[in-house]
Design a protein around this ligand. Sequence first.
Ligand code: ATR
Length: 271
Amino acid sequence: MTDEYAVIGNPIEHSKSPQIHAAFARQTGQDIHYGFLLGDLEEFEADVDQFVANGGRGLNVTVPFKERAFRYADTLSGRAREAGAVNTLTFSDGGVHGDNTDGAGLVRDLTCNHRFQIEGARVLLLGAGGAVRGALRPLLDERPAALVIANRTADKALSLAAASAARGAVIGCGLDDLVGREFDLIINGTAAGLAAKVPAIPDECLADGGWTYDMLYASEPTAFVSWGRAHGAVRALDGLGMLVEQAAESFLLWRGVMPETASVIAALRTA
Ligand code: ATR
């Protein structure tokens, strides 16, 4: 019997997840169907209940429901607990398990697809919302020389850094505090790009030979990809690879097999 999966969000119609998981299923011979669900802003939990009652096996969860999925789950992975957000729900007789594959997807894209060595690098993470919370632990696990979280509202970055201090060399600050500092990798996890803006960071904070990474993806270069190019980034990457890699991590959780991602990223890039 075909197993049912879907992505739930609001809005959802532009999601590429159904296409990505269909490619994974074809490639690995898994008998699944993956659709999309427009979640009701008031009745998200009822929508998930219904999906489960219809025999659904798993959901990916996207904006704006990741915190609600976190509360919906009966059990949580360590990385979901630290992120305070869930992007992958698995339904089984054992109940509802919540995980978060976003940060692992980011790290896999950087280290496996692009061969960027995070270990020993000075990394700047911009923002302090859900996207950054999800990325923190997987980034710290790679043992960067320093990880600075900088946010428009400095207090939020300070508390995030304080909460992760036991995991590695991490500090939080405001965007103004970046003057005079240099980084080998700058990751944009803010929502500024949704308004075609970039966070107000100093022009000089990208080191010679440095890379930039925007967690956002769009068919045109994002505002932060353009910032990276204009400021001499060796590579100015967008979040397409992260999108496919977080999907692959979810597929692995659900089906026990890791799909090959390069061809899927390439197909989406040319589409
Ligand atoms: P998400 O869950 O997608 O990360 P969020 O929790 O709303 O979204 O967080 C959005 C992040 O983008 C925040 O860090 C926000 O900064 P503030 O905490 O100061 O609000 C950041 N952000 C949004 N617009 C921005 C802009 N124009 N410049 C800089 N940072 C911005």
